[in-house]
Design a protein. Structure first.
Length: 291
């Protein structure tokens, strides 16, 4: 039978071993955590090319819509043409975000400000627009068996030590499993209606300017005849941020979709047509005013 001193000694040894193990685990985590970049901090916003900027576009160096010269299939070239023709007469075209639906990928990365929060398991991209958050899982997981499609999709990534300096500098990500409708830009430049898009991204800091981050994005989509790649760039506004902006599509949006028709809401609270000779909405369930 163990005496009291033996029991105390055994407990002390167990406690010491536990402490050593926790310290070892903490040291491993600290060493691994030291490999992740620390120069992605701050507030970032897209680089704007004023000579072509009309509305935010997938390729920042080219005008939106037709000017993007997207490699569309004939079917989806017609979708774009029809969208722009409808917009020319006051319609919304193929631009669901104008109805305050989430932008989804890739437009989710076009407007507003960004913040990158890096952990070993997940890299978070915090967005100031209506689409508030992206998660890129870097914990080695596989694709889920029964994913629920979302506008932003499901992202799996991995960190790479591209320079061989012992620190991670590049984040590679792939995003799948979307819901729609979505469009590249406000002209209605379409993504395929089957929502089978795949986005491959490569994030890294510019080698000559530490205040520029690249998001080299390749889109694989059935609306395109080939993969389409754009070097999307963002500049650091500030490393120490006092306050982050907040934007909501619902604030100030005058579009009111009733059935398949869009109307405009006036400042006095009354509806008005968005197109010439547009019929009023069906009011069969409302009591009609007596003339």
């Amino acid at each position: 039978m163990l005496n009291r001193s033996s029991t105390v000694a055994a407990a002390a040894l167990a406690c010491a071993l536990t402490t050593i193990m926790l310290m070892a685990i903490g040291s491993v985590r600290a060493a691994d955590g030291g490999k992740y970049p620390t120069n992605w901090k701050g507030q970032w916003t897209r680089v704007v090319h004023r000579e072509v900027e009309v509305q935010g576009a997938f390729d920042q160096t080219k005008p939106w819509g037709l000017g993007q010269d997207a490699p569309l299939t004939p079917e989806y070239r017609k979708v774009l043409a029809d969208s722009m023709a409808d917009q020319a007469t006051g319609g919304l075209g193929n631009y669901p975000t104008s109805r305050c639906l989430p932008s989804g990928m890739p437009r989710i990365m076009t407007f507003g400000t960004q913040e990158y929060v890096i952990t070993p398991e997940t890299t978070y991209i915090l967005l100031s627009g209506s689409d508030h958050l992206r998660r890129i899982f870097t914990d080695g997981r596989d694709w889920p068996k029964n994913p629920q499609p979302t506008y932003g999709g499901y992202s799996i990534g991995r960190w790479i030590d591209a320079d061989g300096d012992g620190r991670y500098g590049v984040l590679e990500s792939e995003t799948r499993y979307f819901k729609g409708p979505r469009a590249f830009d406000a002209s209605g430049l379409p993504l395929a209606f089957d929502n089978q898009s795949v986005f491959k991204e490569r994030f890294f800091i510019d080698k000559t300017n530490p205040d520029i981050i690249h998001d080299l994005t390749t889109v694989i989509d059935h609306a395109l005849t080939r993969p389409w790649t754009s070097d999307r760039q963002y500049r650091r506004v500030s490393e120490q941020v006092v306050q982050w902006p907040e934007t909501w599509c619902q604030e100030g949006n005058q579009n009111v979709l009733i059935g398949k028709e869009n109307y405009l809401l006036r400042t006095d609270g009354l509806l008005m047509p968005a197109k010439k000779n547009q019929a009023p909405p069906d009011l069969r369930y409302f009591r009609q005013r007596q003339q």
